[in-house]
Design a binder for this molecule. Structure first.
Ligand code: GCO
Ligand code: MG
Length: 405
């Protein structure tokens, strides 16, 4: 079953998405997500110029060989642009294989390990009271776990919170130049334990609670934060420190028993190897889009399982519904699945372009069995939402020093 055509689309139904469509000679097609927030066009060029010409005429059934060809065969390995491009191709090939076999992709991975996919939602706010009100609503809706992010008093623009009462993710989209936010480690450290203290006092310990530090702390600061948060029994503390130097996590680990999650910007198993082997983390958060597709993610999950580490795929809205659906299959299969990040079903614009059918019941996602990934992309609808250049914010300390956003 030869590959006849590869199309690359970029559209902006609320925010930018890069979509790949692989069409085979017999007319079967598969789709993949290649979105890299703030660097979308680099992946478009990589796919159009460097990948598509090499794959025309290749056998779409040889997923592993095509993956190796694109990874090893390029000589230049890893990196978010390369791996998002490979990830989209790989995802689209699994979609085709599922359609050909008339089976949902999770069946090809080894079948179900569970009936539904447990998620954690987001409760954000400008004040602790606002976060807790949102948390209360989500508990009433049946969520089993929620991530809490709150504005820090006297810091301008905190990661993960609402500015002007808009959903914070809108702030990342459609900006002509990167917006700037402020950061103060001391103000953050003095404030954030109170958020979790009040959350536990009001709602008890049955609800899972997470928090994303977004790599703002040094290892010893993260170790201290972990200790301060220990009484509130977090499900996990995410991206406590940057991980280019994985030994930073050893320092955190040696001082606190707060479970640690990392990996949303990882692009291969090599980024995670030391962290996993040394058991310095508890959850691996790499997404199918940015980790090079379903093929390597399956290997990563199996490798992590050997070290008691569970999966918690990145589920921010800059991953398209194609990645979301690929995660559904991956999560139904993965024996060491932990939890899926989930931010809701998206806007009418988004659902105009991407068609899929998933239900949230009591904090778990369920889907109907459909061949392939069970998600479609409407090329015509996508034309209504042209690409708009957009950036993530950058972060500076109060004295102007550039910091990790
Ligand atoms: C998360 C992430 C996102 C990222 C975003 C960057 O945990 O959901 O940290 O909020 O900031 O995906 O593109
Ligand atoms: Mg994160």
């Amino acid at each position: 079953m030869k590959i006849k055509d590869i199309k690359v689309f970029i559209c902006s139904p609320g925010r930018n998405f890069v979509t790949v469509k692989i069409i085979t000679e017999n007319g079967t097609y598969g789709i993949g997500d290649a979105t890299l927030n703030g660097r979308e066009m680099a992946v478009v060029a990589y796919l159009q110029e460097h990948i598509a010409p090499c794959l025309i005429g290749k056998d779409a059934q040889q997923i592993e060989d095509i993956w190796q060809y694109l990874y090893k065969g390029a000589y230049w390995r890893k990196g978010p642009v390369t791996m998002a491009a490979i990830g989209a191709i790989d995802t689209a090939l699994w979609d085709i294989k599922g359609k050909q076999a008339n089976l949902p992709v999770y069946q090809l991975l080894g079948g179900r390990s569970r009936s539904g996919v447990t998620v954690y939602g987001h409760a954000n706010g400008e004040t602790i009271e606002e976060v807790l009100t949102n948390l209360g609503t989500m508990i009433d809706e049946g969520y089993k776990a929620v991530r809490l992010q709150c504005s820090i008093p006297n810091v301008k623009g905190t990661y993960g919170t609402m500015e002007g009462k808009k959903n914070y993710y809108e702030l990342q989209g459609n900006r002509p130049l990167p917006p700037e936010q402020e950061w103060s480690t001391s103000k953050y450290m003095n404030f954030v334990p109170e958020l979790f203290k009040q959350a536990r006092e009001r709602f008890g310990f049955d609800i899972g609670l997470c928090h994303d530090v977004h790599s703002r702390l040094t290892p010893i600061e993260a170790a201290r934060l972990g200790k301060l948060l220990e009484p509130y029994n977090l499900l996990f503390l995410e991206d406590a420190v940057t991980s280019e130097n994985p030994e930073g996590y050893q320092i955190v680990r040696e001082h606190t028993v707060v479970p640690l999650a990392v990996g949303e910007i990882f692009t291969t198993v090599w980024d995670a190897k030391v962290l996993i082997e040394k058991q310095w983390i508890d959850y691996i958060r790499t997404a199918i889009t940015h980790g090079g597709g379903i093929t390597p993610l399956k290997k990563l999950a199996d490798f992590a399982a050997m070290y008691h580490i569970r999966t918690a795929p990145h589920g921010a809205p800059d991953l398209s519904p194609i990645c979301f659906m690929a995660h559904m299959h991956f999560n139904l299969w993965a024996p060491n699945f932990g939890i899926q990040e989930f931010i809701g079903f998206g806007t009418p614009e988004l659902n105009d372009v991407f068609k899929y059918d998933v239900e949230l019941k009591e904090g778990l996602l369920y889907m109907q069995d459909k061949p392939g990934l069970g998600v479609d992309f409407d090329e015509e609808a996508a034309k209504k939402y042209p690409y708009k250049r957009s950036y993530l914010p950058v972060s500076r300390l109060e004295d102007g020093t550039l910091w990790n956003w």
